[in-house]
Design a protein around this ligand. Structure first.
Ligand code: AMP
Ligand code: MG
Length: 413
């Protein structure tokens, strides 16, 4: 994949924005789409615009429980008395309104022909079959118009958007039964390291639990991917190569953790190059400097660092937008918020993505605090935080300064 212009020259660090842009540009959306039931469309990416074939609401209807009248009968100031001529609950069509009368009406019931105002029932006194209230009322008061929500022929949902509960509701409101979505992305993953052990087993000296597996699989599921999880893979060239082959054959994208450095126990690079090609990007960020990108037998490959915090951060910053683009999402990159800092920061040599959360500062403004220990092995910082503050290299921060904040909800939506 030397065509992406990001081949790292020894000693050269790729700027964050370039790495992100090149990566997103290289991502190819899955071409296949499928039709699924509206409930099953939750979290999927819409593959064709949804156009309404109906008006919503289908007819003018009452916004209130009350009395439907004609504006000409209620235009005068002062007390107005009208007899009740009919009763229209929701779901029924009333008769045309007799002039000089009121129709008892309920919320959502169609406005009868000849009426164009609804008097709220709380504003009305009943005297037997006569209502008494104070005018004047302007035409259209308390009326919901036909098509005021959705007009027949209009595009209500755009191709390339992720479907949330409210999109399912809107689709149902126009009578949709099925929705056209991109097929699920299949992601093959494995986790390199002879020191790794599955939770549930006792740790021998020198061993640690494989946490990256849970972080990465969880993040992939959060993004709605199908996961092909090959588990822990030992630090040999043969095992790494064989896992890569299996994952590449079954998945649209292969993701690994660990083994991307240049130590003797790091086999990702050689194994990937034996089956395809690889660029090692040394991205000028902290945490997460090394990021490997390439292809294995034609399947795109992303190699994450081993360090658990770096895994989480690089997934949020790079893997997530890459996956979103492959899933067919139009907006792959998260938009940051500008908020006040509620912390001090000493300028560093690399752009730093600091685990942070939104709080209210002493002035009552939205502000971000940062976790007290930003070490790249401190996974607790990821659970304490709700997002990342993006601090450019060379920039110091004092409380009250504006900083860029990327909430996880945006990075992973
Ligand atoms: P590596 O890039 O393979 O040298 O790994 C860097 C650091 O991350 C080492 O301290 C590893 O033990 C640790 N590490 C690698 N993979 C995992 C994993 N799956 N879970 C937890 N820690 C890991
Ligand atoms: Mg390793």
């Amino acid at each position: 994949m030397s065509g992406c212009g990001c081949d790292s020259v020894k000693g050269h660090l790729t700027p964050y924005a370039d790495a992100l842009e090149n990566l997103v540009r290289a991502a190819v959306p899955v071409p296949e789409t499928e039709s699924v039931g509206v409930f099953d469309a939750l979290g999927r990416v819409l593959a064709a615009p949804l156009v309404s074939r109906v008006d919503v609401p289908p007819a003018d209807n009452s916004a209130m429980d009350g009395y439907a009248v004609n504006a000409a009968d209620v235009a005068s100031a002062g007390e107005i008395r009208l007899p009740i001529s009919q009763r229209i609950p929701a779901g029924e069509i009333g008769a045309p309104l007799e002039p000089g009368t009121a129709a008892r009406i309920f919320t959502g019931a169609p406005i009868p022909e000849g009426a164009d105002v609804v008097i709220m029932q709380e504003r009305v006194r009943r005297e037997g079959d006569v209502i008494v209230f104070t005018g004047p009322y302007a035409p259209n008061t308390n009326v919901r118009f036909a098509a005021e929500d959705i007009a027949c022929g209009s595009e209500i949902l755009e191709r390339g958007m992720r479907l949330r509960a409210q999109e399912l509701g809107v689709a149902a409101s126009i009578g949709s039964v099925q929705m056209e979505v991109f097929r699920r992305l299949r992601v093959g993953v494995f986790f390199t390291g002879d020191e790794l052990v599955e939770p549930g087993q006792a740790l021998a000296p020198g061993q640690i639990y494989d946490s990256n597996r849970y972080t990465i699989v969880g993040l992939l599921k959060t993004l709605g991917c199908e996961v092909i999880d090959l588990g822990i893979v030992g630090d040999t060239f043969e095992q790494t190569r064989s896992a890569l082959q299996t994952a590449a054959a079954e998945a649209d994208l292969v993701i690994t953790s660990g083994g991307v450095s240049v130590g003797e126990e790091d086999h990702i690079r050689a194994a990937v190059e034996s089956l395809g090609s690889l660029d090692m990007w040394r991205v000028k960020i902290k945490p997460g400097k090394p990021l490997a990108f390439g292809q294995v037998n034609g399947t795109p490959f992303l190699g994450l660092p081993g360090n658990p915090v770096a895994v989480f951060v690089t997934f949020c910053l790079f893997v997530s937008p890459y996956i979103k683009r492959m899933q067919g999402l139009a907006a792959a990159q998260a938009s940051p918020m500008q908020v006040r800092a509620d912390f001090d920061w000493t300028a560093g040599k690399r752009r730093e993505f600091v685990r942070a959360k939104l709080v209210e500062n002493e002035a009552g403004e939205n502000a971000v605090q940062i976790y007290h220990h930003q070490g790249s092995g401190v996974l607790a910082s990821t659970t304490w935080s709700d997002g990342l503050v993006n601090i450019p290299d060379g920039q110091a921060v004092a409380p009250g300064d504006w900083v860029e904040y990327l909430p996880y909800t945006r990075l992973l939506a």
